[in-house]
Design a protein. Structure first.
Length: 519
């Protein structure tokens, strides 16, 4: 890219943003960029009030610090488009489009270099542009559909660059690089799960490197579910394998293992909390929600309230992951080669388990969509929480569609139809909304990634060093036929991998864990 063109564009960039003269801009372009950054983080004011919030904002500032021309252009793109959205003025839209084109061209130049694989500039620019696409900002400002795979292209590019570097890159002392690796985990897993394709960084070499190099929340959250996309892919291809019965049992064993890990992770996190992570309350606690949604609000007479955004986001993420796992188990139980191993009573129980997770996500809606939350914990918490809620509710919608549960579908349609700040018009039916609108918009959002990295989950991962299901089975001397994973899920089972007792609800167990007072 010609330097004169770049300089000319940057002058126009700062002039457009600040509406001041060129002579004033030349004095301190860095100051103007800092103003854009401050506009960006204004939406994250709630974080500054959290314990350790200043450190999280410092990490966010470090993420925006350019590592080269490509990253500078990419983060400028994110900042200007966010500003254009906040200002809601047409004259900023064209500048956002220009900056996006500049950023794409700068990334192409960076990727064409011989050392592109080891260049943090290319890696960081790919991540930044992926965030921009995931937030839907370019479409909001240009009015042009971005296409359902745009964010995936950047996510897969980020994972590919890391894969080419190899797991040895985890030995780097660079905190910024470690942050990029975690970002790739977050975005890449979202892509892999929703597309039902094996995760690029899910191989055993990466797992061993992560276990020896990473600690705490980052490694634990990733390690719990890294095999889930591959298992979903195997389920899709199961009818074409030579022995689908054995394949189904192997996949089931892995799914049960993931379920068990998720529950271990949750209870380890609970042990670090001074109070209950949520309480059950009557939906009448939220009169504005009832006013907005009318009789549909009574679909869930008991709802959840949370002490802070951190617990709310963590539990919604947990219930979403558990929904994937339990729905996969239910799906397997209804296939011809599993029917001889299961009873109708079991299959009904598996169906109730999926409903439990889908309903739990919906029961979070009043907390995030009430004016009380917005006034007490800042408007961003309500808006950011709603994005996260919408992302998870999309999967509840899919489950209700499969079950033809029209009443709960109407509830979701009413909630998803609410127009939130920064959210595209959501008047379309939730069943027709692409995955990208409702999944990625919440899960790849910058601050939410940092909160997952720094605040959500146990500090010390109880899963470190545990053998996976496949490793345990490979060490067993008993014939595989003597191990029937379906029996693990039967009511009142004493097998350690059992999810929970079927006499009591998973959610009531969680509520009673801290003897939380009922409101």
């Amino acid at each position: 890219m010609d330097d004169t063109l770049v300089k000319s564009h940057r002058l126009h960039f700062f002039e457009t943003v600040t509406a001041v003269s060129t002579s004033a801009m030349i004095d301190s372009p860095a100051a103007f960029r800092e103003q854009l950054f401050m506009n960006f983080v204004t939406n994250f004011a709630i974080v500054a009030m959290m314990s350790g919030g200043k450190e999280i904002l410092a990490l966010l500032h470090d993420w925006f610090t350019p590592r080269g021309k490509a990253m500078a252009a990419a983060t400028d793109c994110l900042l200007i488009t966010q500003f254009a959205h906040d200002a809601n003025l047409d004259r900023y839209r064209s500048e956002g489009g220009k900056q996006h084109s500049l950023a794409i061209n700068a990334l192409r130049r960076s990727l064409s270099k011989p050392d592109a694989v080891s260049d943090d500039d290319a890696l960081s620019a790919t991540d930044a542009l992926g965030v921009c696409e995931a937030m839907g900002l370019r479409e909001l400002f240009t009015g042009l559909p971005q296409g359902e795979d745009t964010w995936r292209q950047h996510s897969r590019g980020l994972c590919t660059l890391l894969q080419l570097r190899g797991p040895q890159c985890l030995s780097s002392p660079s905190e910024h690089l470690h942050g990029m690796i975690f970002n790739a985990m977050q975005a890449g897993l979202g892509d892999s799960i929703s597309s039902r394709r094996a995760f690029t960084l899910g191989g055993p070499h990466w797992q061993r490197a992560l276990e020896s190099s990473c600690s705490g929340r980052v490694w634990c959250m990733y390690h719990m579910v890294y095999r889930l996309p591959e298992l979903l892919e195997r389920m899709d291809n199961m009818d074409s394998v030579a022995d689908p019965d054995s394949e189904a049992l192997e996949v089931l064993t892995e799914l049960i293992d993931i379920q068990h890990k998720l529950q271990e992770w949750l209870f380890a996190w609970y042990d670090e909390m001074p109070d209950s992570p949520f309480r059950t309350v009557s939906v009448t606690t939220y009169p504005s929600f009832i006013a907005d949604h009318g009789p549909l609000a009574d679909q869930f007479p008991v709802v959840f309230t949370f002490p802070s955004f951190v617990e709310a986001m963590g539990l919604i993420g947990y219930w979403t992951m558990l929904l994937f796992v339990k729905e996969a188990i239910f799906d397997l139980s209804t296939r011809p080669y599993a029917l001889e191993h299961t009873t109708q009573h079991q299959r009904d129980a598996f169906c109730r388990d999926v409903y439990e997770c889908a309903d739990a996500i919906c029961q979070c809606a009043p907390h995030f969509l009430s004016p009380k939350t917005a006034s007490e914990e800042c408007q961003w918490q309500a808006g950011g929480g709603a994005r996260d809620l919408y992302g998870s509710m999309f999967w509840s919608v899919r489950w209700y569609e499969k079950q033809k549960d029209l009443r709960k579908l109407e509830f979701c349609k009413s909630v998803l139809g609410a127009k939130m700040p920064g959210q595209r018009d959501a008047q379309q039916s939730p069943s027709s909304a692409p995955v990208d609108d409702w999944w990625v918009l919440g899960k790849v959002f910058l601050l939410q990634r940092l909160l997952w990295r720094e605040r959500i989950g146990p500090k010390t991962c109880a899963l470190r060093g545990r053998l996976s299901a496949s490793e345990r089975n490979s060490m067993s001397t008993a014939p595989s036929a003597s191990l029937n994973p379906w029996s693990i899920l039967t009511p009142c089972s004493s097998v350690p991998l059992a999810a929970c007792s079927r006499e009591e609800s998973m959610l009531s167990d969680f509520s009673d864990w801290r003897a939380s007072p009922m409101v």
